[in-house]
Design a protein around this ligand. Sequence first.
Ligand code: BGC
Length: 483
Amino acid sequence: MILPFRAFASRSRQSGNDSGYNETRMSPKISTSEEFRNTPGRGMVILTAGVAALGGLLFGYDTSVISGAMLFLRGDFHLTNNQLEFAVGIALAGALAGSAVAGYGTDRWGRRTVLLATGVGFGVFSVLTGFSAGLVSFSVARFLVGACIGIASMVTPLYLAEMSPAKIRGALVSLNQLAITVGIGAAYFVDYCLAAKGNWRWMFISAVFPAMVLVFGIIPLTESPRWLARRGDRNRALEGFRRLGRGDEAEAELSEIERALEEEPESWRSLFRPGLRRAVLVGVALAILQQITGINTVIYYSPEILQLSGYPSARAAIFAAAVIGVANVLVTIVAILVIDRLGRRFLLLFGTAGMAITLGFVGAAFSRHAAGVTVFYMMVAYVVFFGISLGPVVWLLLSEMYPTKVRGRAMSLGTVCVWGANWLVASTFLSLIHVAGPAGAFWAFSATCVVGFFFSLKFVPETKGRTLEEIERGWRGRSEESS
Ligand code: BGC
């Protein structure tokens, strides 16, 4: 995995690591969090962030809601094991398809417009899922919900990154991750409440409420000024920045964006030219690492894992799974508070090291047939380390590493890798346990965290506090120097 990066690694020693990224700051600071606190438009930034993060909430909700509905679906539709597996997995296939087209859509029609359409899609398809008459109509509706999940997973952090002031971009984009974790928790809660009456239809239909808030909430928001600048719509871009509280700095920020745009390539192929290629490869590798380090085995299967480790009852295991969900939300709040101070790289290194160690202990507990409670504590600790590192940081880096003109498409590529790897891990986890045993499976995931640690150490640049244009020049600067 590391080998393809060797070539550019040797050419980029100055940056402190081997990311091929030039960390020299080239433009004056645009805005500090202190200044931000005193600007009149900050309400608009907060509103925009809150509304856009609903895309993350729907992503979390709709990926997890199926877990509670599964048992009832089997009975109502008379499904075989294979049919049930298909019904559960079809949304991931939709997410893969959605994230593949999202880049084209956001570059062409704008970030806000695509997010609005996705909100409408979430509402309509969630209701259709709830009213489905059999496996076929259910699968079609879930595939379409999945497509919305894929699009939302990409456009939400993208929109948040483009409208955030540089100094607090980490926190604002990470609201997306917080919303994902809240969405996952809300789905478990709704499932739990509706399970007593077996009302699986409302488990899906309930998503219409946050979807409606997203649709109506987004109407007064401004389109991303960066996307408007890219279209040459200077007046609306300037107006957008002013509404987002940039005040006198709006003109300076826009001029910097315009300068960067003049130098930016636009075609798909440019993603694979020196400079950008490094950023694309780092993004793809991080996206895959986020998933192959095993997070969704815990998020999707924790009751099963805990029962395997000897947890006394299904009820206790489900309760323990809920505790893991709450820990996931709480640690994401901590991540939001520290991400713009401690930086992306530090959190990645700290988190992947902790993930490797805790998964090592989970493996050891299984190999010694130790009590389920050790497995439980280590799983909570693992989720905490993920929630402060690979969870928020990967989505953040994907949203801030690429030039404006190709940001949508480059991010789409990373997002496709997230969903592809997610699908691979989720669909092979039970077989992996069967072949390697639970200890072997968790040691394998621990080993991928070690890879993640060294990968971050060598190839991930620090982007905290920089404008998106400075980050872009960072990649280009190194490639121009080396050529
Ligand atoms: C990942 C999801 C995961 C979630 C857990 C997100 O960053 O992309 O796959 O389920 O974090 O909190």
